[in-house]
Design a protein around this ligand. Structure first.
Ligand code: IPE
Ligand code: IPE
Ligand code: MG
Length: 238
């Protein structure tokens, strides 16, 4: 077995944080309890990611489809986002980390939008680590917004030549961030649920049965060990 110290650490890890609700239910607790514990775990895992040398971490915390959940669950999640975004400044300072929110913030209450603007502006001075939180994010929505933006720029004469793949990437919410090397989804589900469809074109996928609140350093290392066993190829070549 490869010793952990010899492991290649992926530069960019994307995670679908799934399974909070079922984790809580199994403990006889409400779903909102699972989200609280999931949120605590996110703070811990972002520290672990930095400790082991991951430069880019991108997490899926709330999808464009998640608005369909009950009012009680949505209210609980909004409360958590409010608290979490406020804590992000300290985390950014501690880890020299630039924080960016992927997704369309306009659906959130004004104070949440303001917190998003604040943390993005405040942490823009850091370029050692990069932490992306997907909130009201859907990949199809992101691509739709990018295409509309490109169309606007074509009409305004800012784009004249052919539209290239690199140009499309630069209009996405992840502009400037390299594509993920490793995608992890917890909770046993094996689907993308509208996450980073463009960016994951050549990413290695690792699906794990553990629920998000139980995903700790050991589980992250296990995912990285699996990643190390993969023979990465891009169209037949390494
Ligand atoms: C992931 O956990 C967190 C969010 C989508 C906000 P879930 O809430 O999807 O938990 P399960 O999948 O129902 O167990
Ligand atoms: C995907 O999880 C979105 C997030 C983790 C934020 P869901 O639990 O919402 O996805 P589905 O409904 O199982 O596909
Ligand atoms: Mg789920």
């Amino acid at each position: 077995m490869t010793e952990d110290k010899e492991l290649r650490i992926p530069q960019h890890v994307a995670i679908i944080l799934d399974g909070n609700g079922r984790w809580a239910k199994a403990k006889g607790m409400p779903r909102s309890y699972g989200h609280i514990k999931g949120c605590d775990n996110l703070e811990k895992i972002s520290d672990v990611a930095i400790e082991i040398g991951i430069k880019y971490l991108t997490v899926y915390a709330f999808s464009t489809e998640n608005w369909k959940r009950s009012k009680e669950e949505i209210d609980g999640l909004m409360k958590l986002f409010r608290q979490y975004l406020k804590k992000c400044k300290k985390m950014a300072d501690k880890n020299h980390m630039r924080v960016t929110v992927l997704g369309d913030p306009r659906a959130f209450d004004e104070d949440i939008q303001e917190s998003i603007r604040e943390i993005e502006e405040y942490s823009a001075k850091y370029d050692e680590h990069f932490f992306q939180i997907a909130l009201n994010y859907g990949s199809r929505d992101e691509i739709k917004r990018a295409v509309n933006h490109i169309a606007d720029d074509v009409r305004a004469g800012k784009i004249t030549g052919e539209i290239t793949e690199d140009m499309i990437s630069s209009y996405l919410d992840t502009a400037g961030i390299p594509d993920p090397d490793l995608l992890i989804r917890t909770s046993g589900e094996q689907r993308l649920s509208n996450y980073l469809l463009w960016q994951l074109a050549y990413t290695e996928f690792v699906f794990m049965d553990v629920a998000w609140p139980d995903f700790h350093k050991e589980e992250l290392m296990e995912a990285i060990r699996q990643y190390n066993k993969r023979d990465r190829r891009y169209g037949g070549v390494k």
